[in-house]
Design a protein around this ligand. Structure first.
Ligand code: ZN
Length: 164
């Protein structure tokens, strides 16, 4: 079974659920996913490792919610339909790398750090209040962007070690 077959079966097929997110169990996804996750040493949710967002043209790593579910990958059906199996494998490796590197913690910390920096910079200069807010907000956006760029770069580098 390829991802294309799976999406046809679970999303577009007669049992398809329209535009709602579809949870896929381990028996629904290609064996290559558990192989890849094992090699990368990432523990995905034991029941539903993947969820498909039918019309979405993207992919995203979802972190675990304590007591409710484990780590999983949300895959856009529209993206999966567009990509070749090899390219899709690369996308999955990239998302697994985010989970492996615990990037949600980094991004969260990045946001906190950026907020603190933004407030500090805003208070340090004697602009009118509006100016401070704009400057603080701009710093916040810039540091968040730098953090997420670093996370994307690292995920690509880690993913490249596992898929060609
Ligand atoms: Zn990414």
């Amino acid at each position: 079974m390829t991802w294309q077959d799976i999406i046809r079966l679970h999303v577009a097929g007669p049992s398809g659920k329209g535009n709602d997110v579809v949870d896929l169990s381990w028996s629904d996804v290609p064996g290559s996913l558990s192989e890849l996750a094992d090699r990368m040493n990432v523990r995905l949710d034991t029941s539903f490792p993947v969820e498909i967002a039918p019309s979405w043209l993207g992919a995203r790593a979802l972190c675990a919610i304590r007591g409710r579910r484990g780590m999983r990958i949300r895959l856009g059906g529209a993206l999966a339909r567009k990509l070749s199996p090899g390219a899709l494998e690369g996308v999955l490796a990239h998302e697994l790398a985010h989970l492996k590197c615990r990037h949600w913690e980094l991004l969260l910390m990045g946001c906190l750090l950026a907020a603190v920096l933004g407030v500090a910079a805003g208070l340090a200069v004697s602009f009118p209040t509006v100016g401070r807010l704009v400057l603080g907000g701009a710093l916040l956006v810039l540091s968040a962007a730098a953090m997420s760029w670093a996370a994307e770069y690292e995920a690509d580098r880690v993913a490249a070690r596992y898929v060609g």
